[in-house]
Design a protein. Structure first.
Length: 167
């Protein structure tokens, strides 16, 4: 059936859960349904939720999104940041090369197709005359990545209004 976006009492996105878990939270009175899939009826008086909000605020400690290959490719939308290719195999490129002291941080890495990565070589994009399509940045959260992916895939368009930078 699907996944459900879970919001804190403050409407801040917390996570994505399975519809069964969401139904349990609704039936126990721990959450309220904000958006529903009218084509899926559980009981005559109960629609399948797509977005729920917790009734009580849950304090969540900040945990930065780890810099991994998968997260980096998602941040850059699986696209070369030099030539915009989505069909070529991608690699990770350091904007300031590691041999020149460039660090493994969100602001210094980007995705590049193999051809662009080889052409850029051990130079900065400015030295190579290869401008970036977008400046690299630390993403907001992993939840926004996953939710944005589902929105782009044509599922859960109603989630976009609850997420930062989605769609």
């Amino acid at each position: 059936m699907g996944h459900v976006l879970v919001l804190n009492a403050s409407y801040e996105p917390l996570n994505i859960t399975h519809w069964r878990r969401a139904m349990v939270m609704l039936l126990k009175g721990k959450a309220e349904g904000l958006e529903h899939d009218s084509s899926r009826v559980i009981r005559p008086d109960l629609l399948l939720p797509t977005v729920i909000r917790l009734r009580q605020f849950v304090r969540v400690p900040y945990k930065p999104l780890p810099l991994t290959r998968r997260n980096l490719f998602q941040r850059d939308n699986h696209r070369c940041q030099y030539c915009a290719s989505t069909t070529q195999p991608l690699s990770i490129d350091h904007i300031v090369p590691r041999s020149r002291g460039g660090a493994d941080v969100w602001e210094n890495v980007t995705t590049a197709c193999l051809g662009c990565n080889v052409r850029k070589g051990n130079r900065t994009p400015r030295e190579a005359g290869m401008p970036l399509l977008q400046e690299p940045h630390r993403p907001h959260s992993g939840l926004n990545f996953e939710a944005s992916r589902q929105i782009r895939a044509g599922r859960h368009a109603e989630w976009a209004k609850y997420l930062i930078g989605a769609a």
